[in-house]
Design a protein around this ligand. Sequence first.
Ligand SMILES: C[S@@+](CC[C@H](N)C(=O)[O-])C[C@H]1O[C@@H](n2cnc3c(N)ncnc32)[C@H](O)[C@@H]1O
Length: 262
Amino acid sequence: MKWDPSQYLKFDRQRTQPALDLMARVPVAPAGRTGTDLRITDLGCGPGTVTKLLHDRWSGAWITGVDGSGEMLTEARRMAGLDAVEWHEADITKWAPVDPQHLIFSNAVFHWLDRHDVILPRLMGALGADGVLAVQMAANHQAPSHQAIFDLAESKTWGPYLAPLVCREPVGAPKEYYDLLAPLARQLDIWTTEYLYHLEGETPVVEWVKGSVLKPFLDALDDAQRERFLADFSQTIAAAYPAQADGRTVYSFRRLFIYAVR
Ligand SMILES: C[S@@+](CC[C@H](N)C(=O)[O-])C[C@H]1O[C@@H](n2cnc3c(N)ncnc32)[C@H](O)[C@@H]1O
């Protein structure tokens, strides 16, 4: 899909927090490496926000930001201002690094990808000895915000345009990732966190999903249809996300984390 970095970055602080939480799980010297001995890939680097955090934490490391979106990479080059990072446009489903990596970090990407059962083992194979695979993916597809998109997209009105785009379960159960990675990992931690984001604005959940899960659906419609779909969607989820006493909206969002050492 065509990404809109400015819409995605509207909730930059909230979207970055899981990356910080995952980063905290990674040791100071992944695979025993530091400085220029350390090779890191930020897989699905998007606008470079997380790449910059990786760069700040592991200064001197060789860092590559990989993404399939030209728009995101343009933003990353512009915003992150990191001369030391190499940016690489590639499709993750086919990507393999030239050299073994000591840390492959992937924040908020895997729920966009099919065939985790193929890609994750391949990434483990792309690590050097004791290398770390650190992944965070949204596991929020049961939330009212996401279910409402899928239900509307499969409705009589919208189904002819949108039904083929529905993917209700892009992320597996935590135990499925255990079975997949336990045979390949010397150390493996898998956990979920439910974040309670408190968001400002009139319809912040609509704004949030416009930058992510809703985007491919909106892209498939013309301007007039898009407006009608957004109105239907806003009305459908209003009751699920009422304003709190202080006027903010609490958006509960579940995420799945994987930390695996080869
Ligand atoms: C939600 S953004 C996350 C960006 C960044 N990791 C962050 O945390 O801010 C997801 C990113 O994954 C990228 N992506 C999704 N599928 C991809 C694929 N098959 N190959 C390469 N990049 C992909 C998108 O282009 C997008 O930049």
